[in-house]
Design a protein around this ligand. Structure first.
Ligand code: SF4
Length: 280
């Protein structure tokens, strides 16, 4: 009979739990309309569930004028936050404190005259929200892109919280020869690296791996990549309804991991559904 194991570190992290508690509390107060600025977290199922309960995601603070607005975990650009504070009756800041650390580090480095390099994915909301804190900052997503960064006397590096350590090491290796002084502030979130290490450990022993989380979630996608490198039969799903019985045929160990924006209830639903499919 197949054994189903959940990675020792998986699912909703501190920042996501905190954001969910804030939105739950705001919705329960029933003191006027509640919105989130963009999706609160990168989990479409959770976002849809919130929408059903009347908490919708708006594209700009202008759409939430006079109401309560929650700033998402990935952070908000300073100008947008200022606009929200001007227009909305109440602004609740659900930005993860670890993301704030990235903003602060980027700002401090820029203030001290460093050319700031943000290691991460261009266009990701967290990176986009970081850039305005350090005018002139550049985004680097690979060692190859690092080779194109213009030389500078002083260079300061911050990292997207969900980036891989290996990427940081590769980029820093390239930048070493491009600046007289290179300062690195490692802002990778421990929740992310803990999830990644636990996923890799489990994927080495599993015949099939299920990775749960939004397809747009950078940290979940990263978990799926790490898992697939050790266990080719890795499947990334957003919910239990996507599981297929044929994935588990002949599997001895079935591993489950989940991105930092996946609540415990979704992990439990997937575990139960796999149990039904394999008769465990
Ligand atoms: S993964 Fe880390 S940085 Fe991102 S929301 Fe969770 S605790 Fe915060």
């Amino acid at each position: 009979m197949a054994e189903i194991r959940v990675a020792r570190e998986a699912g909703a992290c501190y920042g996501v739990e905190r954001a969910l508690q804030m939105v739950e509390a705001a919705a329960a107060e029933r003191a006027g309309a509640v919105h989130t600025l963009g999706p609160l977290i990168h989990n479409p199922r959770v976002v849809a569930d919130l929408a059903e309960r009347g908490v919708d995601a708006v594209g700009s603070p202008d759409e939430a004028a006079g109401d309560t607005l929650l700033l998402r975990t990935h952070g908000t650009a300073p100008e947008e936050e200022a606009r929200a504070r001007e227009l909305c009756a109440r602004v609740l800041d659900a930005t993860c404190p670890f993301v704030k650390k990235v903003h602060l580090a980027a700002r401090r480095l820029a203030d001290e005259g460093y050319q700031v390099v943000v290691v991460g994915e261009a266009g990701h909301p967290e990176v986009e929200a970081t850039l305005p804190h350090a005018p002139g900052a550049v985004v680097v997503g690979s060692a190859e892109q690092a080779r194109a960064v213009p030389r500078a006397r002083r260079m300061g590096v911050v990292v997207q919280t969900t980036a891989r350590r290996e990427l940081l090491a590769e980029v820093v290796g390239e930048l070493l020869g491009r600046a007289e002084e290179l300062r690195v502030v490692n802002t990778i979130c421990e929740a992310t690296s803990g999830h990644q290490a636990a996923a890799e450990e489990l994927a080495r022993e599993a015949d099939v791996m299920i990775v749960i989380g939004g397809r747009i979630s950078a940290n979940t996608t990263r978990l799926a990549e790490i898992s697939a490198a050790c266990c080719p039969a890795t499947h990334h799903v957003e919910g239990a309804d996507e599981l297929r019985a044929d994935w588990f045929a002949g599997a001895g160990v079935i591993g489950i991991t989940a991105g930092a924006s996946t609540p415990a209830s979704q992990i439990e639903a997937v575990r139960e559904r796999i149990g039904e499919l394999v008769g465990a």
